[in-house]
Write a protein that binds this ligand. Sequence first.
Ligand SMILES: Cc1ncc(COP(=O)(O)O)c(C=O)c1O
Length: 396
Amino acid sequence: MRIAHRINKLGTETAFSVSQEANNLKAQGKTVYPFHLGDINIITPKNVIDTCNDAMNKGITGYTSNYGLTALRETLAEDINKSRGTSYTLDNVTIQPGGKPVIGKFIMALMNPGDEVLYPNPGYPIYESMIEFHGGTGLAYGYKEGKTNFEIDFDDLESKITDKTKILVYNNLHNPTGAESSDEEMERIAKLVVKHDLYVLCDEAYFDLRYHGDSKSLTSYPGMEERCVILYTFSKKFSMTGWRLGAAIAPKEISEVIAKLNLNDESCTNHFIQYAAIEAITGDQSGSKQIISSLKKRRDLCVEMLNAIDGVSCFSPNATFYLFPNVTGVMDRKGYTSYEDFRKDVLYNTGVSFCTRLHFGRAKADEKNKYIRFAYSGIDEKDIIEGLTKLQEFLK
Ligand SMILES: Cc1ncc(COP(=O)(O)O)c(C=O)c1O
């Protein structure tokens, strides 16, 4: 078989291999407590499902525009403007089969081979994969522990900028740490973007997944609308991960390029689910409120039970459904130097399955602290208690 050379540059989402390992254990009859994958075990709100079924039954089963359904693009522009104070119209919105495709399309639209791109590490692994695949040079910037949550390490970020740097990938609210930029941090990012004339991928996949207060967007800052592309997704807030539905919100010229990429790739996003998306945004919100309230209870339980383990310290982020506990103390106490040894020992002895820091990028040579990532979106309260009780016992 002669596979094309470019495939060697393609990365992967290694969390899926943890999933495979957990599923194999389950198939052998072992109890597994799934904290590894950012999927949600709560069904999509009924009004959204019903609207999708209605659309199909009405015969809306053919192609639609490569830009997406006009009514959905208008609805999204209005909704985004309300929460971000922006002035987008339907011309700025292209509908996508998920949020993830926005990453590759943004890179293809704006990055030339040889350009340098700043991306978060720890971070969603697809950024680095797409940058490298399309011939760019990825430069990772880090996060560090602040008083109540993680913060961007600006010394690291600024030290990576050169005159070849063209793009910044900015994921607020952040997977895997659950970090949320303060006003000061976001303002600093906006200034840096102008100073170095950058385009920004604003990955806002978790924008609406928060427990109190309102999320802020970089696009709200003066001059940012022209430089930012928002990655929007229906996956998280409406528990629609398997539907594959998202959008790119971009300056008109970039939207046109993205629509052309859509045409060459999937032609259009599923037609009938776009009617359901309008219902998700404009219809009864009790389903999504219920999702948020369930997730909040899970977060509180996980944070309390993880912090009760000697050598573990865990922030309680106000957003996303991820925790990024510092496990340096417990790994030292138990004599682990390898993340994989720690992860596997826990998995095979307790059934508790999680990702480690290494599933979100290479660790820096001088990185001293050790972290793991807990996703609490795919596990009920009862199983959280059962699993984390076993974890507490094992790590005593
Ligand atoms: C930071 C981030 N961006 C984008 C996505 C893509 O989500 P989707 O393709 O389901 O919209 C995810 C999914 O986990 C994510 O964590």
